[in-house]
Design a protein around this ligand. Structure first.
Ligand code: SF4
Length: 495
């Protein structure tokens, strides 16, 4: 059998980094880990080919080659997913769809031949057998949560690695917390399941042997969900890195309680983690309590962010507007918090009720759901009736985004952040980094409208924090993406 692994295109979102990646000569952030793991589970005799629409086009000859197409998607990829299913159907290629989008009824996969619900590991063997026998059913549901110690390394060699800015590695699934709006715990449960250190190191070995150098994204939704396990892994990771003279720099996602664990912070530093995404959500204590985000309630959030920064870690923050408890001055408070915390990359989004979450169930019970979520909480679009007047909320949201991503404001935040940043791990520079530098000088330093703020920021870094100059250029490039997106958010109106 010939299996075509098809990954739908992402629209332009804050997360796509579409306006920053071209500086690095890259097209997407990282290859589709889920699909490449499915690939590794297929019978060894099957041929496989990956087409990621985010880095390449799907050609007619790919479709003519394939017997079956495996597609995986998140909600935000729905439009591209339904187009791909239609193209496969027209070419006579059977389609199997999985990923988070199948966890609830969605029009985008209605025309797929076969649908996989839940984690794929327990299903692929049976499904591939049924496909080969021409007896595949319409639905396959995972009978249980996957034992992570049996997950094989993904077939990353199928991806065009040079077109991505990072490579993904997964250590765990699941998160012990219970945030009302989160779909991770619905999909993967509240008991983090982990791979063994041996598995993770084997994946690092494989990346290294494939010639990868640079950024690696530990894709876990909460890397520190099982702190005991992670403390067992990290010394081995640090040792692996040191032995190979630090070929990778690592970033991940973690809950804010990471900041209170000195031992864990030191271990992460030793393992070359230099960036972490943290869901901070709001400076309003009552919202944390109501949303069940207990780890953020009763916590000195500003102090926690600062501690992470002082440990050499760049904090990227997730923020939400639209909680029922939001006071009228929430917009000013979010802006003030983000400024004070000096978080250059702040993903501010509107609360969205994702399918199958506690939030969805509560709002549905209150008759407040108005449409399915499109899975992009940074689009100025609500899928529920907020407590605050909707127009006021949307206008406030646009105001927050345009203020934060006013280039002057952004560079000032980045400047303060760099002044606080502890000795960060030195990133290995590659040829594409130098190309990015030249592109940035030309595009941002000569032709952009914000070139004065740009040069002031770089000049200041050169004089006061020269060791962070490389990071300063990276932040400037990432800022460019947000400046464009913020302008576009201005023009997006509620539908
Ligand atoms: S900490 Fe993050 S992953 Fe865990 S439940 Fe909350 S939002 Fe979900």
């Amino acid at each position: 059998m010939k299996a075509l692994l098809l990954y739908p295109r992402f629209p332009e979102t804050f997360w796509s980094f579409r306006h920053a990646l071209p500086f690095l000569g890259k097209r997407s952030s990282y290859p589709p880990l889920g699909l490449l793991t499915v690939s590794a589970l297929l019978p060894s005799a099957w041929e496989r080919r990956l087409v990621d629409l985010n880095v390449e086009d799907l050609r007619e000859k790919d479709l003519a080659w394939a017997d079956v197409a495996f597609l995986s998607a998140m909600l935000v990829q729905a439009p591209s997913l339904s187009e791909l299913i239609a193209r496969c159907g027209a070419a006579g290629v059977r389609t199997v769809v999985g990923g988070p989008i199948t966890s609830a009824e969605h029009a985008a996969w209605r025309d797929a031949d076969h649908v996989v619900v839940g984690e794929a590991e327990e299903i692929v063997k049976i499904l591939s057998h049924d496909l080969a026998a021409g007896q595949a059913k319409r639905f396959y549901a995972s009978p249980c949560r996957t034992d992570m110690t049996r997950v094989p390394p993904p077939d990353l060699h199928l991806s065009r690695m040079r077109r991505y800015s990072s490579m993904p590695v997964q250590y765990s699934r699941g998160c012990p917390f219970a945030c009302e709006f989160c779909d991770i715990i619905e999909l993967f449960g509240q008991v983090p399941r982990t791979k063994t250190a041996k598995q993770v190191l084997a994946e690092f070995d494989r990346l290294y042997d494939l010639g990868w150098r640079g950024s690696v994204f530990m894709v876990d939704d909460n890397f520190v969900g099982n702190r005991r396990a992670i403390k067992g892994l990290l010394p081995q990771l640090a040792e692996w890195m040191a032995r190979r003279r630090n070929p990778f720099s690592l970033f991940t996602q973690a809950s804010i309680n990471l900041a209170g664990d000195e031992e864990l912070l030191s271990l992460m530093r030793a393992s070359r983690f230099n960036r972490v995404f943290v869901g901070i959500e709001t400076p309003v204590e009552e919202s944390h309590r109501a949303a069940g985000k207990t780890q953020n309630a009763n916590t000195d959030l500003l102090g926690s962010v600062r501690r992470l920064q002082e440990h050499g870690m760049e904090v990227m923050g997730g923020f939400i507007l639209g909680f029922d408890q939001d006071p009228p001055d929430i917009f000013k408070r979010q802006i003030a918090f983000i400024k004070e915390a000096a978080i250059p990359i702040s993903m501010v989004g509107l609360l969205t009720a994702l399918p199958n979450t506690r939030l969805w169930r509560r709002l549905a019970g209150e008759g407040r759901i108005v449409r399915q979520s499109i899975g992009d909480n940074t689009a100025a679009l609500l899928n529920f009736i907020p407590k605050m007047d909707a127009e006021t909320l949307l206008a406030g949201y646009r105001e927050v985004v345009s203020t934060l991503y006013n280039p002057k404001e952004y560079f000032e935040r980045a400047r303060v952040f760099l002044s606080r940043l502890g000795p960060s791990t030195r990133e290995r520079r590659s040829f594409s980094d130098y190309l990015a530098l030249i592109r940035s000088f030309i595009r941002q330093g000569i032709f952009s409208e914000y070139r004065r703020s740009y040069w002031r920021f770089l000049g200041n870094t050169f004089l006061r924090a020269r060791r962070h100059l490389g990071l300063a250029v990276t932040l400037a490039i990432m800022g460019h993406h947000f400046f464009i997106l913020a302008r576009n958010t201005e023009s997006k109106r509620p539908g």
